[in-house]
Design a protein around this ligand. Structure first.
Ligand code: MTE
Length: 317
């Protein structure tokens, strides 16, 4: 994001899954390169990683494009709580304690509720939904997520008519954060959506990918996925959803308001101040492969363009 320009992103050195999963080996490697990550807080790697999730195919799936490999989806990540390098979350997020886990829904709702993660998993049948995933840094993936529409959860809490926005707050424990001073981010990671965006059926409350529970680095145990927006709108590892009557402060917008707008809808006609948004690099393809043309609203215009009727999308970027 702010820290690197797309062209500066080095080719990812892909660590074999068996290797990066091997904690002992990692600790030895970390010690060898003098990393400070070996705090007393190291917990064993999540016992849930790799657990299968039953899901039905969703009519809201995007079809026809080749899926990004599991390896790329789980080793090329942005999760700044666990480092700024793309390969770091796959290593350091193994410390994220995903059980017990609760999601608190509060603010302007008739029924403020706290859900245990296992209760949330059973609230609605899980769906398998393939979505395009477009990062503001001009790379993209195609990912088979598992979850159900966020609206299903929102309905349970009965928002008041005064609820205009939803704010998502991610898990945060400063004892686990890696190199906290480096990013300038004010934790916890905060994101937000307008009510109608949050209620749109495409907005996915996400528990898994590739038929399994979310790997920690992808935002376990529960995250949001908003496929027509740049990836940073999709907050990971969320613990609080707050219904409010004002546009919430959001992490990247606070850090660089001229670069990352509140809406951040994928839009090839509105460039980032430092690079073009007209094309994207599909992760997993060789660097010399032709870049893909970025689609307006990431290809979901038929479903969501009406949310923005009459809005100037250059101003409301
Ligand atoms: N959520 C939290 N809590 N912290 C983060 O750093 N990064 C965002 C978003 N959600 C981020 C986050 C960004 S910049 C992107 S592109 C996506 O997560 C990346 O999701 P992925 O790693 O599953 O591809």
């Amino acid at each position: 994001m702010l820290i690197r320009k797309p062209d500066d992103i080095p080719a990812l050195e892909i660590t074999p899954k068996a290797d990066y999963m091997n904690r002992r080996k990692f600790l030895a490697q970390a010690a060898a390169v003098g990393l400070t990550a070996g705090s007393a807080l190291f917990s064993p790697r999540s016992a849930f990683a790799g657990t299968k999730l039953q899901a039905v195919k969703s009519p809201l799936t995007t079809t026809g494009e080749e899926l990004t490999s599991y390896k790329d989806v789980t080793t090329f990540n942005n999760f700044y709580e666990f480092g700024t390098g793309k390969e770091e979350p796959a290593i350091y997020a193994q410390d994220l304690p995903t059980r017990p886990w609760t999601l608190r829904v509060e603010g302007k709702v008739k029924k403020p509720l706290t859900f245990d993660i296992d209760q949330l998993l059973k609230l609605r049948p899980l769906e398998d939904r393939v979505y395009r995933h477009r990062c503001v840094e001009a790379w993209s993936m195609v990912i088979p997520w598992i979850g159900y529409s966020l609206s299903e959860l929102i309905k349970q809490c009965e928002p008041l008519s005064t609820a205009k926005y939803v704010q998502f707050l991610s898990w945060y424990d400063k004892r686990y954060i890696h190199w906290p001073g480096q990013t300038g981010i004010q934790w916890p990671y905060s994101e937000g959506l307008r009510m109608d965006e949050a209620m749109h059926p495409l907005t996915l409350l996400t528990f898994g990918l590739y038929g399994e529970v979310l790997p920690n680095q992808n935002g376990a145990p529960v995250r949001i996925v908003v496929p027509w927006k740049y990836g940073f709108k999709s907050a990971k590892s969320i613990v609080t959803m707050r219904f409010i009557d004002y546009m919430p402060p959001t992490t990247w917008n606070e850090l660089a308001p001229t670069e990352y707008g509140f809406y951040s809808n994928v839009n090839p006609n509105v460039d980032h101040p430092r690079w073009s948004q007209k094309t994207e690099r599909r992760i997993g393809q060789p660097f010399y492969a032709q870049r893909k043309t970025t689609l307006f609203l990431n290809g979901y215009a038929d479903q969501v363009a009406s949310l923005y009727t009459g809005m100037d999308l250059k101003r409301n970027f």
